[in-house]
Design a protein around this ligand. Structure first.
Ligand code: ARG
Length: 457
């Protein structure tokens, strides 16, 4: 390609370290689309003849058809997808192929291809998140009134409903979708035509190529256009945040599936057995989602560190931008699918959850709240009185509502028999009807809104 300047070919080491074709062949569809947009514009602007433009465009279609059938050939001498395609084009259509690279460089070419690829990955993440949201909403709808213990510090805190718990992840997935959407809107500008770094002297029409590739318009600064990888970092940041959410959900399923909890039976299809312990059913898919989330964050770190010291404009370090993005996208798609399946197919053991909610004095706050409401006692004092009741119940090994009225009035004479109605777990969740609270009626309203937002009947 640059034999005019060089007397000798590259060493074997140079060929190997330089070659990006082993991974950037994944960009072939984007590379063909961008080249077709470019050559159509060169033709329309009279920069190449209409005849040559048609020849090149037809040749590109032929190359694409070959790739589709046989894959992209991997020849390190051709370095990357751009040179591989151009070289095959030359074999197919002859000297006209040499006009394709007029008024562009591989620097704007790779920036364009990669943007198109990342834009698709953002759309794919959105679709995966939407599927997860649907699964969460459908299961939450089944369990708007199923009671489980709510935890803080993983200690029993207050009873909540399972539907409420699942809807918390619906909210997280919604924020993840908005992060991908923000990133997509910000990145949707075409760098094509920035050429090597300074723009070009040919009378190109960057608006035309931007339109043809579905961009909102061209980027405004040629130096920035070829050196910007913010869009890839934005993708990886959104992917990392999403992966953290999936990891937390996976962690919940792992805890819930453990024998002491026994809140769920995981689907066989997403579990494995043990080679030695016949009774085991391990939550491997959830554990791998938790593990993969670390790798996705690693991909973000990798590209941040690649970019942090680079002066304008393009540097070859940037060739390393693709592997972490490709890796993260593959992992994220898999993790989203695994957690969606987990949510859809898990059996929730609501009897076990309900029983666990009875333990750990989960309704102690309800006793304190009752004292505030019925006896007009300041909350701090009510908290203290309730603490004494819990201490007594604990010493007897009984639940709060199993203490006799005499025992309660001995702690504070302002307590009367109406208090028992407030101490059940049902009463506790029903009472928490503040907007966004765990009361079944609140959860049902949020579920109904979510169903509408997702277009679920
Ligand atoms: N394979 C290169 C990459 O992925 C293409 C751009 C090469 N540009 C250059 N000036 N060597 O970044």
């Amino acid at each position: 390609m640059w034999g005019g300047r060089f007397a000798e070919g590259p060493s074997a080491i140079m060929r190997e370290i330089n070659a990006s074709i082993p991974f950037d062949k994944a960009l072939w569809r984007q590379d063909i689309a961008a080249s077709k947009a470019h050559v159509a514009m060169l033709g329309a602007q009279g920069i190449v003849s209409a005849e040559d433009a048609a020849t090149i465009s037809g040749g590109l279609d032929q190359v694409a058809a070959e790739y589709e059938v046989s894959g992209v050939p991997e020849n390190w001498d051709l370095e990357d997808i751009h040179m591989t395609t151009e070289s095959r084009l030359a074999e197919l259509v002859g000297p006209a192929a040499g006009r394709l690279h007029t008024a562009r460089s591989r620097n704007d070419q790779v920036a364009t291809d990669f943007r198109l690829w990342v834009r698709d990955a953002m759309d794919q993440a959105d679709a995966g998140l939407e599927a997860l949201q649907k699964a969460l909403v459908i299961r939450a709808d089944e369990h708007t009134a199923s009671i489980m213990p709510g935890f803080t510090h993983l200690q029993t805190a207050q009873p909540v409903t399972l539907g409420h718990h699942l809807m918390a992840y619906y909210e997280m997935a919604g924020r993840d979708r908005s992060r991908f959407a923000d990133a997509r809107a910000r990145m949707n500008r075409s760098p094509l035509g920035a050429a090597a770094l300074a723009g070009t002297g040919f009378p190109i029409d960057r608006h035309m190529t931007a339109r043809a590739l579905g961009f909102d318009g061209p980027t405004a600064n040629s130096l920035d256009s070829v050196s910007d990888r913010d869009f890839a970092l934005d993708y990886l940041m959104a992917a990392s945040q999403c992966a953290l959410h999936l990891s937390r959900l996976a962690e919940e399923f792992i805890i819930w599936a453990s024998q002491p909890f026994g809140f769920v039976r995981l689907p066989d299809a997403l579990s494995t057995g043990s080679s030695i312990m016949p009774q085991k059913k391990n939550p491997d898919a959830a554990e791998l989602v938790r593990g993969h989330s670390g790798r996705i964050v690693g991909c973000l770190t990798s590209l941040m560190i690649t970019m942090k010291g680079l002066p304008l404009a393009y540097s070859k370090d940037m060739q390393d931008d693709k592997p972490p993005v490709f890796e993260a996208a593959g992992l994220l798609t898999l993790c989203l699918a695994a957690m969606t399946g987990m949510v859809e197919q898990t059996t929730f053991r609501t009897d076990r959850m309900r029983a666990a909610a009875e333990l750990g004095y989960a309704t102690a706050t309800d006793l304190a709240d009752w004292l505030v409401r019925q006896a007009n006692i300041p909350f701090r004092e009510a908290h203290h009185i309730t603490g004494s009741a819990v201490k007594l119940a604990e010493s007897r090994g009984v639940a709060l509502d199993q203490l006799a009225l005499d025992d309660l009035t001995a702690i504070d004479p302002r307590i009367d028999e109406r208090v028992y109605a407030a101490l059940s777990v049902e009463a506790s969740v029903a009472a928490r009807a503040s907007y966004g609270g765990t009361a079944p009626e609140q959860v049902s309203e949020r579920v109904a809104e979510a169903r509408r937002a997702l277009g679920l009947a």
